[in-house]
Design a protein around this ligand. Structure first.
Ligand code: ARG
Length: 198
């Protein structure tokens, strides 16, 4: 309704997210203004609308999200967050709303080199701090892990040959390689079972 556009209560709910994760949450220039947009942001908007409140989006590094939520500095988190057992001890999850596979991203010239997970043994990996990809990376023998807060920085490191590979969810990998010349998805596929978002 027209009246429904303006929340009657004037209240705000605060979303915590790490906006480095296209197509789910990412920065985009809209009408000359930097905005955080994406699939997860649309879900957050619907939740706010149902509640009749304003949505405020707080962008932060991925590894800060759970702490911010636990301490009440944000009201909820939508950030491609996988509901694993460890996190379930700390926070409550909704049902899964999405399911994504994992992918390995490498430089184009190295595509043949990383056709299996075995080939990643001993490689240097750029990994988002606090993510399930960090857990996956730790199972790779000899892997040297560089933990970074933002996936955009991992992509830069990969592009400038400071790391050999990265692991991220496939739709996110696809979104990045579309915009960054010289990066591809390798044939190596991480074996990971708890791959939903909640
Ligand atoms: N699904 C992975 C996890 O829960 C990665 C999520 C990263 N999300 C983000 N917005 N950067 O650990």
């Amino acid at each position: 309704t027209a009246a429904g556009e303006q929340p009657a209560s004037g209240k705000t709910i605060v979303l915590g997210t790490s906006a480095d994760f296209p197509p789910y949450e990412f920065h985009k220039m809209v009408n000359g203004k930097d905005q955080i947009v994406g699939f997860d942001i649309e879900i957050a908007k619907e939740i706010a609308k149902d509640m009749g409140v304003q949505l405020q989006v707080k962008d932060m590094s991925f590894d800060a999200l759970l702490g911010e939520l636990s301490s009440g500095r944000v009201d909820f988190v939508i950030s491609g967050l996988t509901p694993n057992e460890e996190r379930k001890k700390q926070i409550d999850f909704s049902n899964n709303y999405y399911k994504a596979e994992q992918a390995v991203v490498v430089r184009e010239a190295d595509k043949d080199k990383y056709s299996t997970m075995k080939a990643l043994e001993g490689a240097s990996l750029g990994i988002q701090k606090g993510s399930i990809q960090e857990d996956i990376a730790k199972t790779i023998p000899g892997a040297k892990i560089t933990g970074l807060g933002k996936i955009s920085d991992i992509v830069l490191q990969l592009n400038s040959s400071r790391v050999d590979a990265s692991i991220m969810e496939k739709p996110v990998a696809e979104a990045y390689i579309k915009n960054v010349k010289g990066l591809v998805i390798a044939d190596a596929v991480p074996d990971y079972k708890e791959d939903g978002y909640a």
